[in-house]
Design a protein around this ligand. Sequence first.
Ligand code: PBG
Length: 331
Amino acid sequence: MEKLFFPSTQRRLRANQHIRELTATVRLSHKSFIQPVFIDQSLSYPRTVEGLLGIEVHTIHSAIEHITNCIENGISSFLLFPVPQKKQEKQFDFSFATLLIHTIKKEFGDAVWIAADLCLCSYTTHGHCGILNDDHSKLLNSKTVDVLNHYALQLAQAGANCIAPSDMMDGRIAAIRTSLDALGFDTVSIMSYASKFSSQFYGPFRDACNSAPISKGLQNRKTYQISPFNSNDAIASALRDEKEGADVLMVKPAMLYTDIIAKLKQLTYKPIAAYHVSGEYAAIELLAEKGLLNREAAHLEVWAALQRSGADIIISYAAQNAKTWIENLDY
Ligand code: PBG
């Protein structure tokens, strides 16, 4: 029988930081990151959000300061979530969102890349992502797409570099691409929330954006977001969005759906963005608060997992720390 020697080559390749660094198969860079930003029209001062340590809901003024800080920390790409003061059922006022983008672009110009989340959940009285029928039992697809399309054009006109539809209606990517092109916004890209699951992990976000579904009819988003129990739907939706003209395909949440990221990677050459969502982020923060894990190391571990599975872009509430943390990364 062959004699086995220990330590074997595996242990030798783990023996010190140098060799672990040399042999690492994942190299993280802050250049892959997008920072989400919440901005609420009804605030006079920024406010904190339960579970989202280090994150604030901003005023336009404080958002500009926050973006300035991010730029100093090497982050120049942002995903904006404007929250209007007034909730409505049908006629929506998008002027706060457009003012926000206009102000940011005026301040920073091409030094920033601005993606605008496109959804109605923080606009509607009932917190659903679109227009409901009279008895609130159904979300109406075409009516919602018409409104979103109109909203997308206003965001593009205000200077958004990218439109990120998160509503999950059918046909919205084709509709938006067609109207953007028709009006000369052919360089504005579309990052589709392509594989977006109906998840428990959006809790802190809904607090930040005041967007939890509270309708007496539809109680949750299961009739328009993807079931966690159906991976075929996630892949089919992403490939459908690609065909309709999406430039970037997003998988969301991220950590729980690395199987979807890995599978999609085999099926598309479009870049894949993984959104490490508010509940996933908060889970780390709350464990860290209890002394049960190291916050920084845990985020780095998650990012490594997302990159290993095939994510090209990572959307994380900790993006603002990515550069420092990655520089100090102990492989
Ligand atoms: C809006 C939207 C949601 C998120 C991004 N866009 C919440 C939802 O669908 O209820 C979640 C992001 C997060 O939890 O960090 N439709």
